[in-house]
Design a protein around this ligand. Sequence first.
Ligand SMILES: [Zn+2]
Length: 317
Amino acid sequence: MQDIFLSVRGRVLLNVEALNMTESIGNYVKHRKVPVLVPEKDGFITYYVPAVSGESIAHGFQKVLAEEAIKDSIPVCNLCKNGIFLKSTNKKVVKEAFEGEPEKGQLEEFVVSKCLVEDIGGFLYAEAENIKRTSNFFVGYMIPVKEALGNVVVESQLHSRYALGTPFVKEQGQMIYYVELSSAVYTFGFDLDTSYIGKLTFQYNSAGKEVLEEKERVRRIRTTLEALKLFLLEQMFGAKKTRFLPVGEWESLAIGVSDKVWTVTSPFSKNYIEKSEKKREKVNYNTKLYIYKADVGSFEETVVDAIKESVRRVSES
Ligand SMILES: [Zn+2]
């Protein structure tokens, strides 16, 4: 098999979205906001803009991953199975998640063999002895693209469930409430490194040791790639989608499939696709680029082809 590094970068237009809310103050629910710094004239300027956190994206992906694992009969722990990603935080959690503890040997080996989500997404066991497994996939904040920074809006919308004229609101009706909505073209990033999937990482003297046979590693990676395909095609990230389903579409997307670490350049800049193509001319680890630009080609085809190539490489004997 050939281990791969898959790198996804894109720009997605999302109108009237409430994908990542932070605290509510009384009846007012706030959208997450972050500071973004950009060069301007002789100095820099800071914008406070709406954002979607990497944790939120990771949650969405791990949810799809757990579902795909169940479908493919790959082990997932009791908690991850239900979208509860406590991920072996402590002894109690491990007991509940795996209906037992490792008898001997190390915890990482035990968890990796019994839960795909924690194999791929890592965990942190915070007992007297801390044990850490770093995630094999990488995500970050979605922020508005550079040229949109000055035009991004966050606007609170009034909602009400009052039914005036009924007895239910005479004494105490439900309060009116406000939800902050935002509209922007957002950056998107997701990397997947398969080289440590199904292998130990934590202890220096055993890092890289295979927990699973190669056949099983390949099976797990294929399931992970299928999950990523679904995640991208169906935009399975973000919250509050039952009543604030965003309106929008992908503006562009670039996926790099390589034999070693190779990332697509940042979609914060407009010309990231051209920059990535130039990068590939200079640095290339059997790197293939799959590109979608609005109205040229098909978004779905780009995703499907990149995943197909990834599956082909890892399945190669
Ligand atoms: Zn788990």
